[in-house]
Design a protein around this ligand. Structure first.
Ligand code: BTN
Length: 238
């Protein structure tokens, strides 16, 4: 099992923990290295977005996994499972995963995951987990409502729990990841719409039918087709 958390670099303020971890990975830092910060000035989100959290209110975490093998093919789906288990080990809450890797508590986003990899050498696993962000402190232009874990959970407790569960999930087989993802899949059976999903069907709507063995989202379209979405932005059709 990979042990995450040692060595660890902690910053009071940093541009992006993913960026610092990427630099450390390029310098040869070992697997398990973790970078954390109280505050980011250029936190990165998926699809070129920014990730914002007021100082000291979130776990801002990036870990190095190396090397990357075929067994890590579903790493981006394994990471939110680790975050779900970490949260549930600290608080009486239930987490679900919105494909591909948002962690939801009661249908609101509590954590995001950004995996940046130079395969087959290394991956930086970035996690932003909202701990005590007040509703009014979230940016007003979010695509989907956000929430925090709350319940007095500290960043150091969250760090320990994430290190531990990530160590477990990073080494699980793709089959095991898919099995567990299915139990936490927030979209399955629901009407969704998507955009930016590549050339075959760049936008559309249909019903989410789970995840295929390559980690793609399977969708039954309104006109009777079955599609696999490997990329793109998926939202519940409200
Ligand atoms: C998303 O868009 O949902 C992914 C957000 C990932 C944010 C985290 S915060 C810690 C790490 N450092 C970054 O710059 N991004 C990730």
């Amino acid at each position: 099992m990979t042990a995450f958390g040692s060595p660890r670099r902690h910053f009071r303020v940093v541009d992006s923990t993913n960026e610092r971890a990427r630099e450390l990975a390029l310098e040869g830092a070992p697997s398990g290295t973790v970078v954390t910060a109280e505050e980011q000035t250029s936190g990165r989100g998926r699809k070129g977005r920014t990730w914002v959290a007021p100082p000291g209110t979130a776990l801002l975490y990036s870990a190095i996994q190396r090397p990357l093998g075929l067994e890590h093919g579903l790493l981006p789906l394994a990471v939110p499972l680790a975050v779900c288990e970490a949260v549930e080990s600290m608080a009486s809450l239930e987490c679900r995963v919105k494909w591909p890797n948002d962690v939801w508590i009661e249908e609101r986003k509590a954590a995001g995951v950004l995996v940046e990899a130079r395969s087959p050498e290394w991956a930086v696993i970035g996690i932003g987990l909202n701990l005590s962000i007040e509703p009014a402190e979230f940016p007003s232009n979010l695509r989907w409502p956000a929430t925090s874990v709350g319940q007095g959970i500290t960043a150091s407790a969250a760090l320990r729990a994430v290190n531990e569960r990530l160590g477990h999930w990073v080494d699980q087989s793709p089959g095991r990841v898919l099995e567990e993802f299915a139990t936490r899949d927030a979209l399955r059976g629901r009407e969704i719409r998507w955009e930016d999903a590549g050339s075959r069907s760049p936008s559309g709507s249909g019903r989410a039918e789970g995840i295929d063995d390559r980690g793609n989202l399977v969708v039954a379209t309104d006109d009777g087709k079955r599609l696999s979405l490997g990329a793109g932005e998926v939202q519940l059709a409200l």
